[in-house]
Design a binder for this molecule. Sequence first.
Ligand SMILES: Cc1ncc(COP(=O)(O)O)c(C=O)c1O
Length: 360
Amino acid sequence: MWFASDNSGPAHPAVLDALVRANDGYSAGYGAEPAMARVTERIREQFEAPQAAVFLLGTGTAANALALACLCPPWAGVFCHRHAHVEEDECGAIGFYTGGASLVLVPGSDGRMEPGALAAAIARKGGAVHQIQRGAVSLTQATEAGAVHSLDHLRALADVARTHGLPVHMDGARFSNALVALDCAPAEMTWRAGVDVLSFGGAKNGMLGVEAVVFFDPARAWEFQLRRKRAGHLVSKHRYLSAQFEAYLADDLWRDMARTANARAARLAAGIAALPGGRLNHPTEANEVFAAFPRAAHRRALAAGAQYYLWSFDDPAGQTLDGPDAGPVSARLVCNWATTEAEVDGFLGVLRAEKITQRA
Ligand SMILES: Cc1ncc(COP(=O)(O)O)c(C=O)c1O
């Protein structure tokens, strides 16, 4: 009953097998290995973007920060949702790697910036030498609140950015989960909607530790390479990154894993919503469930060894163990490709105070 994070889940065996195969003998490093050329080709095919430049890194924070450093000068701002990962969970990496750019926070429900609010935030910046200038827009798909931007919403945000001549970055730590939720082509959810650069997540969806950065316009590719090296994120034994990504993209493994994770989250969300005192705090549209349920149920779940975070963007009182049994706690529960139906059902049973039957 481990719902703390999707990166708590295991790597897929096909990814591990690929690593074992990649370990055979000698290979060029730093991305010069043949597997990297194949990964680039495969991503170009999948995204219908024959010019795309593709780079691999070990963490999503490095992917986001180094990508944004290519888009935003030090004196400008990155417009992002007020709860974006780049704002709340990257320890100021965007400011560090851009050499000083600010984050300009934009409101909107369920982790989606509201296009009018984005336009207003952009309008307030720029102009006089005293002001933060306009740099780039960064949006998160799937969002930090477990929702998915529709294609229309993505286009609306990108249109606002375009009106002001700003490039668009997508934090796709959960790109695959959003993609299968929308059941669309990768191109539709990225460059055709106006996205210039994508952080294409891996670790949360069954990889050991690799993320891709995809530039749909390769003009900034050389700058990215220099920044990645200078930041210490160009991995010498790069074959172990490309081997993972090759396995990910083979036989649709990335989509299959994301579909499983989303299906488990949907089952979990439906079960919690049906509990007395249970409700969803945000819609479950990918693999994360943001929900509230009675504190007594939370205590039972803890006692049964369930793992998840108490989490609420707006209600700090809902995040404490102290309080009346009937009072609600707010939690984030995340499913991954390895989450089983039995695990979900077992957890729901604990919340419902069903008797746990011991297996012989
Ligand atoms: C939306 C989002 N972006 C990026 C990341 C990348 O994080 P990390 O640097 O831990 O790989 C995460 C991980 O939690 C995330 O949830």
